[in-house]
Design a binder for this molecule. Structure first.
Ligand code: HEM
Length: 462
């Protein structure tokens, strides 16, 4: 029933809707088409037809777990050579998904999170040490670069007892360079016809193989060190992966699967949180009145405590709204795919056969004026105060995906990001670099490109 779904007006045989498309910004191109074509539309590239959904009503329908499930397609499927049947890239039917989910979920319980808190504070102190030196010298800081150092060190430390030494390096850690390489390659694979990929991307594919080899060897070394120290991780994610058996079946993760999970968690556990923190800092610098209100909350709730306790983080209600509002406008994992688990009709209008799938375009879902109002493009954290949230229909805010395959690290990311925003707001005034205009780069995930801020130490901290 595709013919009833609108598509861009100019189509080239074989190539499809590539006119005016920018290979480096497929997501922002899709946002442009969404605005022109409406809540359900299709784009064709290289003989493949993709259906996009962003209207609140059809997107809510796709959240119905009795009719739809996660679809491993496009960018996610392109990561299979790296992450295999790891949690993020596993097909629904692969037994390792349920096994790993059940073994690893307790690693994200409240108790587990409380245990990570001190380590998160330690890593944040390395960031503020670095920013203090920049502030003293009057130098700007590289926001996405520094947030990536912070979030990589945090997941490495809390999950795997590992230290990449990111803050002691002038350049990104080679693990990060290899990761960005594989993410960008996975995105590029969507922009060339599959059968031609080996020819068109010959050089890139060789580099990708080297990147994957680097990721594998980093992880193998990390696992070898832990096995040698047997059980020194005090129950962290790596201990769970290596030692915990499934509570019912008694099964354990295989060594090959452990490797996939470690890569999955090191990558999924930092790249998107880094972007979320970077966009939040961008909006805080752009909206001094919002920053002032958030800072006043931090001063009031944390007072003079040097190191806020675990429970004091969730009390930063307004800071959390700033984060939610940033994730509304720029959800850093900007799309997820859903497939019909049986023949069904989407939103009472579009028949779908079992196995047919559609991509939910989260940044546009989060800007649907029918839900968010005519000023949906405006940054306003008060959209997330309790009353406003209650007044909205369910399934309209999905930065962490939906259903059984939604993000397992959601609480981890929210705790880490709220804590760090609180610490930075309390310590610095955040001045934008004059003349900066937001430019969003894409490598499957989103980042504010080239964002730099001038941190200034506050003189009157309580
Ligand atoms: C899944 C977003 C942080 C680990 C997902 C999905 C989204 C997402 C949208 C679903 C993808 C799909 O349906 O295909 C985010 C965002 C984050 C974040 C925006 C930060 C702001 C984290 C962290 C971790 C993590 C900190 C780990 C510590 C995972 C894993 C999955 C996942 C393992 C796959 C879950 C499964 O299929 O069982 N995330 N995530 N994420 N995320 Fe996150």
């Amino acid at each position: 029933e595709l013919h009833r779904i609108p598509h861009p007006p100019y189509r080239i045989p074989f190539l499809g809707d590539v006119l005016g498309a920018n290979r480096r910004t497929p997501l922002q191109d899709s946002m442009r088409h969404a605005r022109a074509l409406g809540p359900v539309f299709r784009r064709k590239a290289f003989g493949k037809e993709f259906v996009f959904v962003w209207g609140a009503r059809p997107a809510a329908d796709l959240a119905d777990e009795s009719r739809f499930a996660k679809h491993v397609g496009l960018g996610v499927a392109n990561l299979r050579p790296v992450a295999g049947d790891g949690l993020f890239t596993a097909y629904n039917h692969e037994p390792n998904w349920q096994l790993a989910h059940d073994v690893l979920a307790p690693g994200f319980s409240r108790e587990a999170m409380a245990g990570y808190h001190t380590m998160m504070l330690d890593v944040a102190a390395r960031l503020t040490g670095h920013w203090d030196r920049a502030a003293a010298a009057g130098h700007p800081v590289d926001v996405p670069g520094d947030m990536t150092k912070l979030t990589l060190e945090t997941i490495a430390r809390t999950g795997f007892g590992h230290d990449f030494g990111s803050f002691e390096r002038a350049r990104p850690h080679p693990f990060v360079t290899a990761m960005v390489g594989t993410l960008s390659y996975a995105q590029r694979l969507n922009t060339v016809p599959a059968p031609l990929a080996p020819y068109l991307l010959r050089e890139a594919s060789r580099r990708n193989a080297a990147d994957i080899a680097h990721l594998n060897s980093t992880v193998d070394e990390l696992v070898r060190a832990r096995r040698a120290a047997s059980g020194s991780g005090s129950g962290d994610l790596l201990d769970r992966m290596l030692e915990v058996a499934h509570p019912e079946t008694g099964e354990r993760l295989s060594p090959e699967n452990v490797r996939r999970q470690v890569i999955t968690f090191l990558v999924a556990g930092h790249e998107t949180t880094s972007g979320a923190l970077s966009f939040a800092l961008y909006y805080l610098a752009r909206h001094p009145e919002v920053a002032a209100r958030a800072r006043a909350e931090v001063d009031r709730v944390w007072g003079g405590t040097q190191a806020p306790a675990y429970e004091q983080v969730a009390k930063l209600r307004y800071v959390r709204r700033v984060l939610d509002e940033s994730l509304r406008l720029w959800p850093t994992a900007p799309a997820f795919a859903r497939e019909a688990v049986r023949d069904t009709v989407l939103a009472g209008e579009h028949p779908m056969r079992r196995g047919a799938w559609a991509l939910v375009l989260t940044p546009m879902l989060h800007r649907d004026t029918e839900v968010w109002g005519p000023d949906a493009e405006r940054f306003d954290p008060d959209r997330f105060d309790a009353r406003a949230v209650r007044a909205r229909p369910p399934h309209v805010f999905k930065p962490f995906g939906t259903g059984a395959r939604a993000c397992i690290g959601r609480q981890f990311a929210l705790h880490e990001a709220t804590l760090v925003l609180g610490l930075l707001l309390r310590r610095y005034d955040l001045l934008p670099e004059p003349g900066y205009r937001l430019k969003v780069t894409e490598r499957l995930t989103l980042m504010p490109e080239g964002l730099r801020l001038l941190p200034e130490r506050r003189t009157s901290v309580p």
